[in-house]
Every structure is written in structure tokens, then in C-alpha cells.
Write a protein that binds this ligand. Structure first.
Ligand code: AMP
Length: 451
């Protein structure tokens, strides 16, 4: 297996990685770092959770430190664009952590906070600048920053940037960059519009593609509970009594929905917080810090607000409302099972949401196993999968299991099933989901009911 020391990384970086407890590079790191250190352009098809931030941050730090240049006043040497403030803050934090034994300056700028301080910081010049596109353009127009000295340019989560309408800002920004520079381009998906943009920006790029949509979903133990809309909150409160749900991220479709669920959970005695675009930056940061520290058990979020939330050991993701874009389901459940860990995802599905579930199953090319619950709808069977039945099988889907979820396929794979988690396969009668030692898990309750 490749080690960090095989990647020609400098000693201060190796020391920082060791201090972080990283033992070996993730696939995107192993494949991207050597080319990036040589100064090549990169097209990365990867989503959060793959270790992509370190894949670009490490070589950037090393290249900047290796050159005798220093940031001139009102300029930056590496520019990283991120779609959301949360992700921008997260990326800047990664640069701090990985670069802690180096003497490089960095700053992060995004909207929603005062311009004055950001202008002051940029005046002196910074080596590494992480920014959201709108605020960056604002600062450039106020002459607080020039992009004329950018040596390395990173566009992160491009699909999300386009979804958020940042295309004009991106074009404006790229138009101001110097001709000679290194370009890095990351997107979880690569539809035509995005590959066109990549083609225009990159010169002879190295292409690295990791964990396509379907395989990310495979690491997560998923289940769906069919439920009447009126029972969703009660069901969630009931599930949360399970001690295994130690850090749960709940997704709602709307900001209003997030607030409502948060209030109802709080009224039911759970420590919960909501984050979405209408909350102040302070408010969001407080909620996130509480969640990270384990003081807040449940964080209720909308898709946009949850982008870039990098909280380790999220035990469960609950799709309280199913997303309208199937890829969002994959992004959501990817908040658990970070960097190779396992996690659980529970989806609630009302009768109206069934077409959305079907789209999701098509996208992940697998069925989400149905789990019954006393508060759920009874007798809803798995939907016929549209990715095809086994023509020879007896009503068996072609690909009914996810890797790591079929106990028979797990042996020797180093992926032991964790007790008390929803499993990826609907348990057959008499072969129920594993019971926890205490027997108090809602899964074991379900198991008993189904037996
Ligand atoms: P990212 O995909 O950049 O959002 O990273 C996902 C998570 O994986 C972050 O919490 C990182 O701190 C963590 N991570 C990144 N690289 C490694 C590694 N080589 N070993 C262990 N954890 C890592």
C-alpha cells in the first residue's frame, strides 16, 4: 500500500499528517499528489469524504513553501474557490492543520461577515486564500485584492457552484488570472456543462476519478421506512431513543421544515439545532461546534447548509424528506461513513415521495431495503427496481446487496457488521438485524416484530 512517505512529501507535511493520525493516503491522495507536485493540472471527479482536500492542500503547501517567492501586498499565491462558507472555512482549517509546521500565511473570505476585516487582511497579501466566489469578486472590485500573482488556482465542488449560480462570478475570476498557473478542478459529477468548463480551464490535465456515486453509497448501511407525513416527527423522536444514534444529521427539504423539526425535537427533550441559509454565520458556527463537541445530538439541516460540514463520526444520517435530486441523497448519506468509516442512513418515504425513492434507487443502482416500524406504514414492499431483475432468478433483484452488508460476503473483508445499526439488506424472517447487547435498539425491536 502506498504510504505518505512514498509521495515525495516534505518533512513538515509528513509530521503534520502523523500528528493528525493519518496512516496512509486515500486513493485520490495517492493518485493526485505526485502529479500536482510536478505542477500538472488536475481534473478530479470526487466528492467530499474521499480526502480530496488534503489531495490538493498538501501539494499546494509544498510548492508554495519550496519557492522563495512571498505574497506581495494585495495579492495571493494560491486561490481556492469553494461554493459555501462552511466548506471554505473547512478548507482553510485543513490548510492550517497540514501547514502547521510551515511558515505560509492564509486567509478565508466569504459573505455574511463584515468586509472591513477581510480588506485589512488582504492588504498585507496572503500565500493561500480560500474564498466563496461572490465575496471574492466584491473584494476585487473594491481593489482590496488583485489576482495577478496567482500561481495555483483551485475550483472545488464545481457542480455545486454552478447549482448556486456562480458561473458568472467564476468566469469573471478566471478572466483575471495570469496566463501561467497551475489549475485544479474538482466536481462530484461531470455533466456536459461542467466538462466544457474544465476543458476551457485546464491544460493537459491528469484525470483522477474516485468513488463514483454508486460506490460511496455502498459503504453506508441504508434503510427506508415508509411513513405517513403526519407521523414523521414522532417516528424520528422514537428512533432517536436508540443509544446508537450518537450524532445524527437530519435532512429536510426546506429551511422552514428544518426549524419545525428542530423545535419539535427540542420539545420532545432532545438537544437539537438547525442550520440553514437564513441563520446567521454565528448561529451556524455555534450549532456546528455544539454538534462536533457532542453537546448537540441532532443537527437538522438543508442540503446547501450541510455542504462542507465535515464532522467526524456522524453515526446516522436521516433523510427526513427525500431530496428531489437523487445525487443529493448520495451527498447526504456521504456525511456519515467519512474517509472509509461505516455509517447508517435512514430514509423516510411518504406515499408522495415514492417516485423520488425510485429515482434514488436508479442512481445508486441498488434497492434501499425497507424496514418496518410501528409508526410507519404497514405492508409496503420494496419497489420493483428499475435497474433490472435477474432474468433467471425468482423475483430477486440483480444487485440486491451493497458491499459490506451481506454477512456472507463479509468474511475476511475487514468490514465487520456493527451491531445495532440498520443493515443494508432487509432481514429475512428468523435472520433479523443483529440485536445489541442491551436489546434496546430500535432495530432489534423491529427484528422482534418481524420475527
Ligand atoms: P474530504 O474529502 O477532504 O472532505 O476529507 C474527508 C475526511 O477525511 C476529513 O475529515 C479528513 O480529515 C479525513 N482524511 C483525509 N485524508 C485522510 C487520510 N489519509 N487518512 C485519514 N483521514 C483522512
Amino acid at each position: 500500500m502506498t504510504q505518505f512517505s512514498d509521495l515525495q512529501l516534505s518533512e513538515p507535511l509528513l509530521r503534520a499528517l502523523a500528528a493528525e493520525g493519518y496512516e496512509s493516503p486515500t486513493p485520490i491522495q495517492a493518485r493526485a499528489i505526485p502529479s500536482l507536485l510536478e505542477g500538472k493540472d488536475l481534473l478530479g471527479i470526487a466528492q467530499t469524504g474521499t480526502g480530496k482536500t488534503a489531495a490538493f492542500a498538501l501539494p499546494i503547501l509544498q510548492r508554495l513553501a519550496a519557492s522563495p517567492e512571498r505574497a506581495q501586498r494585495g495579492t495571493c499565491r494560491a486561490l481556492i474557490l469553494s461554493p459555501t462558507r462552511e466548506l471554505a472555512a473547512q478548507i482553510a482549517e485543513s490548510f492550517r492543520v497540514y501547514g502547521k509546521f510551515m511558515k505560509l500565511s492564509r486567509a478565508v473570505v466569504f459573505g455574511g461577515v463584515s468586509l472591513g476585516k477581510q480588506i485589512d487582511i488582504l492588504r498585507g497579501g496572503v500565500d493561500i486564500l480560500v474564498a466563496t466566489p461572490g465575496r471574492l469578486v466584491d473584494l476585487i472590485e473594491r481593489r482590496a485584492l488583485s489576482l495577478a500573482k496567482v500561481e495555483i488556482f483551485v475550483l472545488d465542488e464545481v457542480d455545486q457552484m454552478l447549482d448556486l449560480g456562480f458561473i458568472h462570478a467564476i468566469r469573471k475570476i478566471t478572466g483575471m488570472l495570469p496566463e501561467t498557473r497551475q489549475n485544479l478542478f474538482f466536481s462530484a459529477t461531470m455533466p456536459k456543462e461542467i466538462s466544457g468548463l474544465a476543458h476551457a480551464l485546464l491544460t493537459d490535465p491528469v484525470k483522477v476519478e474516485v468513488t463514483p456515486v454508486a460506490t460511496t453509497a455502498e459503504r453506508v448501511n441504508q434503510c427506508v421506512i415508509h411513513v405517513d407525513p403526519a407521523n414523521k416527527v414522532k417516528l424520528l423522536a422514537e428512533l432517536l431513543k436508540d443509544n446508537n444514534m450518537t450524532r445524527t444529521l437530519v435532512f429536510t427539504r426546506t429551511k422552514h421544515g428544518a426549524d419545525k423539526v428542530m423545535k419539535q425535537l427540542s420539545a420532545a427533550g432532545f438537544t437539537a439545532a438547525a442550520i440553514h441559509g437564513n441563520k446567521s454565520q454565528n448561529n451556524r458556527e455555534r450549532a456546528l461546534a455544539g454538534f462536533k463537541a457532542g453537546k448537540i445530538l441532532v443537527l437538522v439541516a438543508t442540503d446547501i447548509a450541510a455542504r462542507g460540514i465535515d464532522v467526524e463520526s456522524v453515526s446516522h444520517v436521516v433523510n427526513y424528506d427525500l431530496p428531489h435530486v437523487p445525487e443529493s441523497y448520495v451527498h447526504r448519506i456521504g456525511r456519515t461513513a467519512r474517509a472509509g468509516a461505516e455509517g447508517s442512513a435512514i430514509a423516510f418515504c411518504t406515499p408522495e415521495e415514492r417516485p423520488l425513492l425510485r429515482d434514488i434507487e436508479k442512481t445508486i443502482r441498488a434497492q434501499v431495503p425497507v424496514t418496518e416500524h410501528a409508526l410507519g406504514l404497514k405492508g409496503v414492499q420494496q419497489l420493483a427496481p428499475s435497474f433490472g431483475w435477474n432474468p433467471m432468478g425468482k423475483d430477486k433483484p440483480k444487485k440486491p446487496h451493497h458491499r459490506g452488508q451481506n454477512p456472507n460476503r463479509n468474511h475476511g473483508a475487514g468490514q465487520e457488521q456493527k451491531q445495532g445499526k440498520p443493515q443494508g439488506q432487509r432481514p429475512a424472517a428468523g435472520q433479523q438485524a443483529p440485536k445489541r447487547a442491551g436489546g434496546g435498539s430500535w432495530m432489534s425491536e423491529i427484528g422482534k416484530r418481524q420475527a
